[in-house]
Design a protein around this ligand. Structure first.
Ligand SMILES: [Zn+2]
Length: 436
């Protein structure tokens, strides 16, 4: 279902006009109220009154996570604190987190945008929505919560519960939609299997997943193991949280809520804007946010804009599923390797579980790569060691011919690679001392 048809199916010309008008308002707002942007524009001799088209946007400077960290905690807010009604922050594993604020109007827009995401995947007021995202400082839990409530769905805020409790809730409360990370959905699937619960006993029909990169192969795993239809969506706290981009029933990319966010893709090295269809770093400009507007914010996420229109009648452009992060990129002896690409290739081989670990070490100046791969239970019987050896060679060749990656492959038992409580596998262990 299309939640706000007026905007989601707007003629491109009208939409672009709306974007320009909203952009000009936002530029005035940040120039007047945010010292960081005023200094940035003045230093670069930018006259914001000269921004008259979407093409002019590329003349404005880019902003980064580092810039925002310097504005900790409230320096980048464009309204006084008395107008702020909610404060979230990014996880901030190193140094200060990025603090994001919302006015009442921002929260209203946010829940409507999440409403679009949920409607698009078929969630409505008849659904029981189990949310397994964190409800604390990150935007996932509360973002989806208010969007689902706005639709009139019954929301089960199950975040923070242990996996067995999640499953009990799912079974007893008859949850029909699960919102979580894709990794957590697989974690639930394997626990169901261990408990001997047939997913048909559940009422689950829709899964909405995001917040970490995943592949088509992982989507099919989740769908076949949980007997649901799985959808992707995209968001980040700095821009608003969930609600930035979403899949429709066609599942051929994620529509960006372009009436609120202008999307660009840049070459992360040259910083030039790339044409549609070319992969690079996603950059967003918010055009309706009051409390925490951002101009040309570099997300660090790798994706591309998909050319052409979508069969669902939405006119918002689509971005491809995020394939990795600039900062996750591994540099192995001068080559750039994304763990997500290794994942994709592994999943092309039948018998591999969607869990693996890359261990990097250095011997005599050369990087040694070990790839630990979990094999599916029952794929090998105990006497099939020769078959296991052939299987190992198959993975070795696949990595070498498709990625040029010469790695030692180690087959390990299912569930033997350590998971966090959220079901996430530590993908990379870097034992190289200089860590480059
Ligand atoms: Zn569509």
């Amino acid at each position: 279902m299309i939640y706000s048809r007026e905007y989601e199916t707007m003629a491109r010309e009208d939409l672009e006009q709306l974007q320009v008008e909203r952009l000009q308002i936002t530029l005035n707002q940040v120039y007047r109220n945010v010292k960081f942007f005023k200094t940035l524009f003045d230093d670069k001799h930018i006259d914001i009154s000269e921004v008259k088209s979407l093409e002019d946007l590329s003349r404005l400077p880019l902003t980064t996570k580092e810039d925002l960290k310097h504005s900790y905690p409230y320096e980048a807010f464009a309204v006084p604190l008395r107008d702020i009604v909610r404060i979230h922050s990014t996880s901030g594993t190193t140094g200060n987190p990025i603090v994001v604020g919302y006015t009442k109007n921002d929260l209203n827009i946010w829940s409507s945008l999440v409403g679009r995401v949920l409607s698009s995947v078929g969630i409505d007021n008849n659904h029981l929505v189990q949310i397994a995202f964190d409800y604390s400082q990150s935007t996932g839990g509360l973002g989806f919560h208010y969007g689902a409530e706005k639709l009139g769905a019954s929301v089960i805020p199950a975040s923070g519960e242990q996996i067995l409790k999640q499953i009990k809730i799912m079974k007893d409360y008859r949850s029909s939609a699960l919102i979580s990370t894709p990794g957590y959905a697989l974690h639930i699937a394997s626990e169901l299997e261990a408990l001997g619960i047939d997913p048909h006993e559940l009422n689950l029909s829709i899964g909405l997943f995001g917040a970490e990169p995943w592949s088509e192969k992982m989507r099919s795993e989740i769908e076949s193991k949980l007997k649901i239809k799985a959808f992707d969506n995209y968001g980040l706290s700095e821009i608003i949280g969930p609600g930035v981009a979403y899949e429709c029933e066609c599942r051929c990319g994620m529509h960006v809520n372009e009436d609120h966010f202008i999307v660009e893709v840049i070459n992360p090295d040259t910083l030039e804007v790339l044409p549609e269809g070319e992969e690079g770093e996603l950059v967003f400009t918010t055009v309706t946010k009051q409390a925490f507007p951002l101009i040309r914010y570099r997300t660090g996420d790798i994706s591309k804009i998909i050319p052409g229109s979508c069969d669902c009648s939405r006119t918002f452009r689509r971005i491809e599923r995020v394939s990795g992060r600039i900062d996750d990129m591994l540099i192995i002896d001068g080559n750039n390797i994304f763990p997500s690409r290794i994942e994709e290739l592994l999943f092309e081989i039948e018998g591999v579980e969607p869990h693996f670990q890359i261990i990097l070490s250095r011997e005599k100046g050369t990087t040694m790569i070990e790839l630990k791969v979990e094999i599916s239970p029952d794929f090998f019987s105990i006497d099939e060691i020769r078959r296991a050896e052939d299987f190992r060679k198959k993975i070795t060749n696949h990595m070498s011919t498709r990625l040029g990656l010469r790695a030692k492959i180690t087959l390990v038992e299912p569930k033997s690679i350590g998971r966090s409580s959220g079901g996430k596998v530590c993908r990379v262990v870097d034992l190289r001392e200089d860590n480059i």
